[in-house]
Design a protein. Structure first.
Lengths: 645, 182
């Protein structure tokens, strides 16, 4: 192989494994553009590499795909998705000067204040000299009469409240701006103080923009209903007196926005009488709007004016959005998660499904609506209290940490949630057969595990025993764990296990790893670490303050690893506080400084061995759970008390 | 192997889904590898295409429409992945990828069943060391750097060995198929 061919082959190989850097990509491009034979050979390499890959991984791909398809049908998920991208609102720093910043700030403040007064007008009738303001106010009053009076009234009150608060906030920001504008005449300024002042001014500008945005929202509570004459503005409309309680506004009327789309992912639609239309982030939602999400990772987050947030998972249909007299969501199918701000006692938020109705005064809850009446509606309450009523008229109070199911032929009772609810990935090892261990967390895409050699394991009534060395690992990188932990800078790993030996063969046995080999790990939980005391558990947790394997490690005291069912928990908080618990009791602690930005996105989750297959651990798994937050000592004790029996 | 049509309105059973995925996955993955901004995303795109297809299965004649439909979906998903990659600055404007996108049309016939069967046989004839290398690369999904760490050689040597091993396999498949197809 000549040097040039060798070089090209090297570039192609790097491209195929995804490690070709930008300079290499340019070099490869140059080669491909100048040589037709090479182009053909390159594409053949791509196809052939895929063919070889398929031979090794086709079963994984097939099974994973089939499982995902079936899973999506059974349990539409609510993945922790990314927010929709937002347009940058600030100009680059190079375009701004401190002089302009100061004046722009003042001008913006004045403009916004004037705009608010002009558009909304004072609470009382304005003077004759301000016809536009009075016209705008009349328009809002007309709209509130034309549609749902109470709803628009509340929108007006909120807008009015924001308007009332705006001058005070603007006064404060103006005063702060003057303080920040510079040192008093004649006073010499410390360079550090000047630098800090610049930073404060930037932060101040951010506050100013936030206030402006709030005011813009306050002045934007109306839209023209689809179907009205194009070109006509809301201000110019002459809305006839509305009927007493119209089901939907007639064309030509205006309607107040009741909520706004905050985030979207995948396919999200607004459903109205006119049909279905795609929705984008930032879109206003109106009373009687229906919403639908597509499958896969589709989701939508909407926010009401009182900051009640509702998330629709994939394949969810919300047939109607109402706010009169209280908020009401009619969920036809799918998965809804709601973080409900405190609601007025006489106007609780209602979530209606084909099988039930939930009355909410302020809480965090999840609702899963299955079209099958026998499976019905499941309500999980994370915080607060929710009253659930089924079709037979029976009611049950569902408190924090409990769930209830309203379904045909089932008793309507509240039951405690499993302690692992809310975890990112959970394995119960109750499959009983086969080579696949399911992630039952219902968070994001399931991160199932595959047993490499079935002959090395034994299924137990409630667990899995590894009886000779093998690896149990996720087929794909554990992105959902990595992404969530990187974002929170926290992790809790909870294992319920029974070691088979006091000291694993060769020591340093791997109970759970997120790694690629012995030299590259995001974290590991093991038994009898190389440098640790005998019969102990060990955790290595990588951060910007550790090496590539997460050293210095945290060991439990010698003798804590015993041949009995044991709960082992490691939690690491954003502050760096790391604690190792055994059977609910704290046995070791340290400060694991730094953040998780160095975590590798491509590592897979493995149990029972290292990916290099040279750190076997033998024993029984009863439960493994991974959380993207640090559990408190009390929560760990509660989990221990709850047990896995 | 062709999947049979299921009665209208009946939910697809696991076996049917599995058959359909198996029938088309090589083609879909091959196309995704050509079109995606990052080879590492190709399998995700291929899987997503299947998910979307199975949600809309009622609208498709699986014997006639599924492959073109999957191809179009892979193209759309790849396009979206491109937009996402560029928006997140994960990829700057990448002339190579744009060029490849132009080149990438239909994948070759290498996904056909005879080629796969021949490959299985040829794989058995490889020396142990080459099989280990392919296992680490394609089964364990390790990079050449990681493989180099395991078998104590340089990453470049690993890449060259992989190229040579694939060339051996291609020649073997060519012989098995009578000089056609590979």
């Amino acid at each position: 192989m000549s040097h040039s061919h060798r070089r090209i082959a090297d570039l192609v190989e790097k491209y195929l494994e995804g490690s070709l850097d930008p300079r290499g990509r340019l070099e490869l491009l140059g080669c491909l553009k100048g040589d037709a034979d090479l182009r053909r050979a390159f594409l053949e390499q791509l196809d052939f590499s895929n063919l070889v890959s398929e031979l090794y991984r086709a079963d994984d791909f097939t099974m994973n795909t089939v499982e995902r398809i079936l899973w999506t049908r059974r349990f539409p998920q609510v993945p922790g998705g990314k927010p929709a991208p937002r347009q940058p609102r600030r100009r680059p720093a190079s375009e701004r000067t401190s002089f302009w910043r100061g004046w722009a700030l003042l001008a913006a403040a004045l403009l916004v204040a004037v705009a608010v007064v002009v558009v909304l007008g004072p609470p009382e009738s304005g003077p004759a000299g301000r016809p536009r303001a009075s016209e705008a106010r009349k328009r809002i009053v007309r709209e509130s009469e034309a549609g749902s009076q109470e709803e628009r009234g509340r929108a007006l009150v909120e807008a009015e409240e924001k308007r009332r608060n705006a001058p005070a906030e603007l006064r404060d920001t103006r005063a702060e701006r003057q303080d920040l504008a510079g040192p008093k005449a004649g006073a010499a300024e410390d360079p550090r103080a000047k630098e800090n002042r610049g930073k404060d001014l930037d932060a101040h500008k951010g506050d100013q923009e936030r206030i402006e945005e709030q005011l813009r929202q306050a002045t934007r509570p109306v839209r023209k209903v689809e179907g009205s004459a194009p070109g006509a503005t809301a201000r110019e409309e002459k809305t006839p007196p509305a009927p007493a309680a119209p089901a939907a506004p007639s064309p030509g009327t205006t309607q107040a926005s009741v909520a706004r789309v905050e985030e979207i992912e995948g396919e999200v639609f607004r459903v109205t009488k006119e049909g279905r239309s795609a929705l984008g982030a930032g879109a206003d939602l109106f009373a009687a709007d229906g919403l639908e999400t597509g499958g896969g990772a589709s989701r939508l987050m909407l926010c009401f004016a009182d900051r009640t947030r509702v998330e629709l998972g994939p394949e969810t249909a919300l047939s109607e959005l109402r706010v009169d007299p209280g908020k009401r969501l009619d969920v036809a199918r799918g998965r809804v998660r709601a973080l409900v701000a405190k609601q007025p006692k006489d106007r609780p938020m209602q979530i209606a499904t084909p099988h039930s109705q939930a009355r909410v005064l302020g809480t965090t809850l999840r609702i899963i609506v299955n079209p099958d009446p026998a499976k019905g509606t499941r309500l999980d309450v994370d915080e607060g209290k929710v009253e659930l009523k089924d079709l037979a008229g029976r009611t049950v109070q569902v408190e924090s940490g409990h769930y209830a199911v309203a379904a045909a032929g089932m008793d309507l009772v509240a039951k405690p949630l499993a302690f692992w609810e809310g975890a990112l990935a959970v394995y119960l090892f109750n499959e009983g057969r086969g080579t696949r261990i399911h992630d039952v967390s219902r968070k994001g895409s399931p991160l199932d595990l595959k047993i490499e050699q079935e002959s090395c394991v034994r299924w137990l009534p409630k667990g899995l025993a590894i009886v000779s060395p093998t690896l149990v690992a996720s087929v794909n990188p554990a992105r959902k764990i990595v992404d969530a932990c990187k974002s929170s800078n926290e992790l809790t790993l909870e294992a319920w296990l029974r070691p088979a030996t006091r000291t694993p063969a060769g020591k340093d046995g791997r109970i759970a790893v997120l790694s690629v080999d012995t030299d590259n790990q995001n974290f590991l939980l093991g038994q009898d670490g190389n440098d640790g005391p005998p019969n102990s558990y060990v955790v290595r947790f990588r951060s910007t303050a550790t090496d590539a394997v997460g050293k210095p490690q945290l060991d439990s005291p010698g003798g804590t690893a015993a041949l009995r069912l044991t709960q082992v928990v490691y939690s690491r908080a954003r502050s760096g506080a790391a604690v190792l618990y055994v059977d609910g009791a704290e046995v070791a602690g340290a400060t694991a400084a730094g953040n998780l930005s160095v975590w590798n996105d491509g590592y897979r989750l493995g149990l029972g061995n290292e990916f290099s297959c040279d750190r076997p651990w033998l024993g029984e798994y009863r439960l493994m759970a991974f959380y993207s937050r640090a559990l408190s000592a009390e929560e760990v004790r509660e989990h221990y008390r709850a047990g896995v029996e | 192997m062709k999947a049979t049509m299921r009665p209208p309105g009946a939910p697809a059973r696991r076996e049917t889904i599995e058959l359909l995925v198996k029938e088309h996955e090589a083609y879909v993955r091959s196309l995704a590898l050509r079109l995606s901004p990052d080879p590492a995303e190709a399998d995700d795109i291929a899987q997503e295409a299947f998910l979307i297809a199975f949600r809309k299965l009622d609208m498709l004649d699986v014997r006639r429409d599924l492959r073109p439909w999957l191809a179009a979906t892979v193209r759309n998903l790849s396009h979206r992945a491109w937009e996402e990659a560029l928006r997140n600055q994960r990829l700057k404007r990448d002339a190579l990828a744009e060029y490849l996108e132009i080149l990438a049309e239909e994948p070759s016939g290498l996904y056909a069943e005879p080629a796969k069967a021949a490959l299985r046989n040829c794989l058995m004839k490889l020396p142990e060391r080459s099989r280990t290398l392919l296992n680490l690369r394609y089964n364990m999904n390790l990079t050449s750097e990681a493989i180099a760490g395991q078998i104590t050689t340089s990453a470049e040597a690993v890449r060259m060995a992989l190229v040579r091993t694939r060339e051996l396999l291609r020649a073997c498949i060519g012989r098995a198929l009578g000089g056609a197809g590979a």
